[in-house]
Design a protein. Structure first.
Length: 347
């Protein structure tokens, strides 16, 4: 008898492979005994915080079985280390090659995903001179902005008529985002701020759109990150999450997983020369992160309505969009001063 099954506890993922064949059972159910053994192993491994590999061989008692029975249980576990210090260090280390690798490893398709995001969740822009529009319209927040690609995409989509804030807790990423916004002559419209997604230094009900691209799965506490995104978004405003997902097709699914698990990490490691195995962390973090209806339910649980998702490129990436429940008037039309100067004064 042989087989395997997977079990997940929190961020832990276990693959148990078992085999037997030296005897027949008399009075006991093999499956029940195996479940009890695996439950014990999983309990022992649950608190671990590193790669684990254990071999456990158990011999049976002659009083239970007619012949000795050998059961082999092999357990491999990757518990993702998502501590703030670990994530910050990892992304600071790969910052110099981050843009090159993103575009290279995605064949530049990531630019299309961001462009599509700005079309599905367009900014609200008021007519009139740029300066007047920027003072009346609510700003956009790009969380985990990295080197600022999505913030710049929204700046282009709004034709410079909407103030944008890009927040990230990785200093080296923001250094490159600042250089990029200056090069694109967008530095007066895009404010960059070093901030933790779990503790945003912004007033509640402030932004017309709050976005995050490929960053939510790296937040230590996903629910805290979502809660903060919802808090700072205006009633009637949009929360947009662009994230990697797992293609389900019979052909695309296996091809994607092979590339994601075996080719991408090696290319990323070779080019970035990162000591943190950042591009091995990437596929594992995607495999462990909820997608589809599971993530949509998380968003609904935080009070968002009209939640839907849009798969991109065979489901390799997915855009999730939800609306914060409106109280009085639509977002981005409040008459409060939403200029970057006003935001600086309040933060």
């Amino acid at each position: 008898m042989e087989g395997s099954f997977r079990k997940q506890i929190g961020n832990s993922h276990f693959l148990i492979v078992f085999a037997s064949g030296l005897g027949e059972f008399r009075n006991h159910d093999y499956a029940q005994i195996h479940r009890l053994a695996c439950k014990l192993i999983l309990t022992l491994l649950q608190q671990s915080s590193c790669w684990l590999f254990r071999d456990l061989f158990c011999g049976s008692s002659p009083t239970l079985y007619e012949e000795p029975l050998l059961i082999g249980v092999f357990v491999t576990s990757l518990i993702l280390d998502k501590r703030e210090t670990k994530i910050r260090s990892m992304f600071n280390n790969i910052a110099p090659s981050y843009d090159l690798l993103n575009h290279l490893l995605s064949c530049n398709v990531d630019k299309y995903w961001r462009w599509r995001t700005t079309r599905i969740v367009p900014p609200v822009v008021l007519p009139g001179p740029l300066r007047d529009s920027a003072r009346q319209v609510a700003p956009i927040l790009d969380l985990c902005t990295g080197t600022g690609d999505l913030a710049l995409a929204y700046d282009r989509a709004a034709a410079g008529r909407v103030p944008i804030v890009g927040a990230d807790f990785c200093h080296e990423m923001l250094v490159r985002a600042e250089a990029k916004t200056k090069r694109k002559k967008a530095d007066e419209r895009i404010r960059l701020l070093e901030a933790d997604a779990q503790h945003l230094p912004f007033p509640s009900d402030w932004f017309q759109i709050t976005t995050v691209a490929f960053g939510l799965r790296n937040v230590t506490d996903t629910d805290k990150g979502i809660a903060e995104m919802v808090r700072v978004t205006q009633p009637g405003g949009k929360v947009a999450i662009l994230e990697f997902s797992q293609p389900r097709g019979l052909l695309m699914g296996p091809l994607y997983r092979f590339y994601f698990r075996h080719i991408l990490p090696r290319l990323g490691q070779m080019i970035s020369r990162s000591k943190d195995n950042a591009y091995r962390y990437l596929p594992e973090s995607v495999m462990h992160f909820p997608d589809g209806e599971a993530l949509a339910d998380r968003l609904r649980g935080h009070g968002l309505v009209d939640v839907n998702w849009h798969p991109f490129t065979f489901g390799i990436a997915t855009l999730y969009v939800g609306t914060k429940r409106s109280v009085h008037e639509p977002a981005a039309l409040a008459r409060e001063d939403h200029s970057l100067l006003a935001l600086r004064a309040r933060t």
